[in-house]
Design a protein around this ligand. Structure first.
Ligand SMILES: Cc1cc2nc3c(=O)[nH]c(=O)nc-3n(C[C@H](O)[C@H](O)[C@H](O)COP(=O)(O)OP(=O)(O)OC[C@H]3O[C@@H](n4cnc5c(N)ncnc54)[C@H](O)[C@@H]3O)c2cc1C
Length: 329
């Protein structure tokens, strides 16, 4: 590990100014479960680390009639055990429990989870997010790509977005709040994730020295949601395909739908085509199958990951059916 300066901020404004100090390379430290591993492997080497864990108003969950506000420093374990989340956002609670292991969930924060870096093995081995060889060939396309993207992979980004809670948060309609040197801003969570096109871009819509401060979830009247993930093994590893579905119901008919897939694209992948298949329909096996087919229609698997198309299709179908069975399948 290279030498670096370590500073702790006691409030948001101080954190922003510590980040903005003329050091060039700074990183935010929350739970550290991803960042410290990246530093030890020399993938990121900040000159200044800004610890934000002392900032009191970045923690906790509060609720009102419009929904809930989650502080960015809330740990995944605290959120999984939060009574309001369990009651009003059960599919989110379920997605939280499936992340990693109890030890990691105790330490990892929701802000860090949404800002974690991709697990692409080229990136984690120092070849960058958009790895190329000397002749300019994309390493992922010609190399080992069994865990890479099957959707949204037309550009140079072929890694998959690593957060497995982002899809269900987007399905529930989450927005986030950010604070930086130019003030505060709010944006839908789905607009926070980007597929970088150049080596200068990152995979998050974070402006220089900005901190993610809060996640907001709207109230869920008449919403039936489900999270479904497919793993290679029952261990603390990332899944191969994730599907999150939130249906706003008008009695037994689907008034509107949100379908978001994870682990299949460089960003959480929302399928508007699949959503339109469900609108105005009753949930049954045939309609779930039709929507699942629509969700993967545009897939362009790489040489080694065609198997993920079927996994994503099955995940979407099962998530839709799970909403109808009250969350069990
Ligand atoms: C074995 C293992 C299995 C895992 N399995 C899963 C899984 O199945 N699903 C899943 O989703 N995750 C999984 N993870 C990842 C884990 O969830 C993340 O490491 C964790 O959520 C990151 O949170 P943190 O608070 O520790 O972030 P940190 O490590 O502190 O930070 C991560 C990144 O986010 C930035 N950051 C942190 N907080 C903020 C903020 N508020 N504003 C702006 N930037 C910020 C940091 O600068 C850094 O770049 C796994 C991890 C391990 C080690």
């Amino acid at each position: 590990m290279r030498p670096f300066e370590y500073v702790s901020a006691s409030d948001k404004a101080q954190a922003v100014s510590l980040l903005a100090a003329a050091w060039g390379k700074t990183e935010i430290l929350a739970g550290g479960t991803d960042l410290l591993a990246l530093m030890k492997d020399d993938i990121v080497s900040p000159r200044r680390l800004v610890n934000i864990k002392e900032i009191k108003d970045l923690s906790g969950v509060s609720a009102n009639e419009r929904g809930i506000r989650i502080g960015a420093l809330s740990t995944l374990d605290d959120l999984a055990n939060d009574a309001t989340i369990q009651k009003n956002y059960p599919a989110f609670a379920e997605a939280l429990v499936e992340v990693a292991s109890p030890q990691i969930r105790n330490q990892a924060t929701i802000g860090g989870n949404l800002c974690q870096r991709p697990r692409c093995w080229y990136f984690r081995n120092g070849f960058g997010l958009l790895p190329k060889d000397e002749s300019g060939k994309e390493l992922v396309t010609v190399g080992e790509n069994r865990y890479h993207a099957i959707l949204g992979n037309e550009g140079p980004a072929k890694f998959v977005s690593p957060s497995t809670i982002a899809p269900i948060l987007i399905a529930y309609g989450a927005t986030i709040r950010l604070q930086g040197p130019k003030g505060k801003r709010e944006l839908p969570l789905e607009k926070f994730f980007m597929a970088p096109k150049t080596d200068e871009e990152r995979e998050h819509n974070l402006r220089p020295n900005e901190i993610l401060t809060e996640v907001l979830l709207p109230a869920t009247d008449n919403v039936h949601a489900a999270h479904y993930e497919i793993r290679q093994k029952e261990a603390f590893d990332w899944p191969l395909a994730v599907a999150a579905v939130a249906l706003t119901m008008n009695k037994t008919k689907i008034q509107s739908a949100r379908i978001v897939m994870g682990s299949v694209a460089p960003v959480p992948w929302r399928s508007l085509v699949a959503e339109s298949v469900l609108t105005g329909r009753l949930i049954d096996e045939d309609i779930a199958q039709e929507a699942a087919e629509a969700a993967v229609k545009g897939a362009r698997p790489l040489r080694g990951n065609a198997y993920k198309v079927q996994l994503a299709r099955v995940a979407v179908k099962r998530a839709i059916l799970k909403t109808a069975s009250g969350g069990s399948l």
